[in-house]
Write a protein that binds this ligand. Sequence first.
Ligand SMILES: Nc1nc2c(c(=O)[nH]1)N=C([C@H](O)[C@H](O)COP(=O)(O)OP(=O)(O)OP(=O)(O)O)CN2
Length: 131
Amino acid sequence: MFAVEVRDHIMIAHSFASPIFGPAQNMHGATFTVDAAFYTEDIDQHGLVVDIGLATDMLSEVLAPLKFQNLDEVPEFEGKFTTTEFLCRHIFDRMAGFVREGRLKDDGRVKKLRILLHESHVARAWYEGEV
Ligand SMILES: Nc1nc2c(c(=O)[nH]1)N=C([C@H](O)[C@H](O)COP(=O)(O)OP(=O)(O)OP(=O)(O)O)CN2
């Protein structure tokens, strides 16, 4: 398959209310690098998987509500552990919704997405699936 990947980042604060998280039970900040990959079986008549500008704008729009937020105070996340994995799925769901709405003008060619969050220079997580 072909793929195009674009990148953005979010700065957030959160805490995890369970002893399994050790020191991360306390409020702490994180800067996640966010990679979004769009997969198609083929490139279009212009040689594109998707337009990189549209893909970048879409990722930016999806991330905007998260930027500089204390995730503990986001009503939608109440009672959730906003782990790297959780955020991957959250971002995936919103990106997939936009793709299905045709925001990429891709004529339905994007079949799969991968959302990868780098939580540090040693750890990353991702969620991938069909759109
Ligand atoms: N699978 C995951 N594990 C952890 C996540 C996560 O999102 N997914 N998040 C954290 C903390 O938020 C933070 O990123 C790291 O906290 P820390 O206590 O430093 O955890 P480490 O395991 O990296 O280091 P130790 O100090 O050795 O426990 C934690 N885990």
